[in-house]
Design a protein. Structure first.
Length: 71
């Protein structure tokens, strides 16, 4: 049986690394903002409204986390 191995080298310049870093920071901030906004909105609901959604106050953080970061 034959196998093929391909190796590619890519040297990112300083500008590319800074750009990638800033993009990563921006994405993290956006996800954190989404988490905070989702948690705040859910926390403002009444207990009855949460019951209608099938949620309890204790599960709000995990629901907000899943909304922002996925499973």
């Amino acid at each position: 049986m034959a196998t093929v191995t391909t190796t590619r080298t890519f040297e990112a310049g300083l500008g590319d690394r800074v750009s990638a870093f800033l993009k990563d920071v921006t994405e993290r901030l956006e996800r954190r903002r989404l988490f905070n906004r989702t948690f705040k909105e859910l926390n403002e609901l009444s207990t009855r409204e949460l019951d209608d959604l099938g949620l309890s106050r204790g599960s709000l953080r995990s629901v907000a986390y899943e909304a922002a970061y996925g499973k």
